[in-house]
Design a protein around this ligand. Sequence first.
Ligand SMILES: Cc1cc2nc3c(=O)[nH]c(=O)nc-3n(C[C@H](O)[C@H](O)[C@H](O)COP(=O)(O)O)c2cc1C
Length: 181
Amino acid sequence: MRILAISGSPIRDGNTETALRAILEGAQARGATTRFVRLYELRIEPCDACGACVSSGRCMIEDAATPILAQIEAADGLIFGSPVYWNAVSGPMKHLIDRTYYAAHARQLAGKRFAVVLVQHSSGADDALGTFRCFADEQRCAMLEPVVVNTADRPGVVAGDRDLLQRLRALGERLASQAAS
Ligand SMILES: Cc1cc2nc3c(=O)[nH]c(=O)nc-3n(C[C@H](O)[C@H](O)[C@H](O)COP(=O)(O)O)c2cc1C
């Protein structure tokens, strides 16, 4: 089973990434093959609303998102992690989600398990969650209970919280188990 984690944080080894890696550890413990993608290393163009994807079943823009979209299609389970920026997911995460518009029509992502992590100073995750929930609804993915982390802008919050790390690993195990079924 293949589990793909996608980070929408610019901070290497920051709280978002640490949380995603803990989820992947749990999935690996259940035998999953895992991949990790850092969106801030890529240049992902925004959806230009050309509308051609509705009939073609694919995004017409060819860029760094193209192989990521293929990996999303190939995965059994997805994990999206993002810091909360202005009560929303980060820009690159939003660009990627917009670029999956093609898949909603032909339901190419239907049935995948979907876990999400939002990392915030203290507020706004509820609004940001709306984007992830909308993705899950439109793509017919089965969303697991979301994880929200409050950092007060401190680095190492996730790495220093053993209970949270355990919860994240358990989520990964569940994701991998459910993705297998
Ligand atoms: C541009 C920007 C906007 C932000 N907006 C919010 C916000 O709306 N609510 C909040 O609680 N934190 C906000 N933050 C703080 C980050 O969510 C917080 O630092 C979080 O820990 C970042 O995740 P990371 O530790 O993985 O980098 C913002 C930070 C930046 C850089």
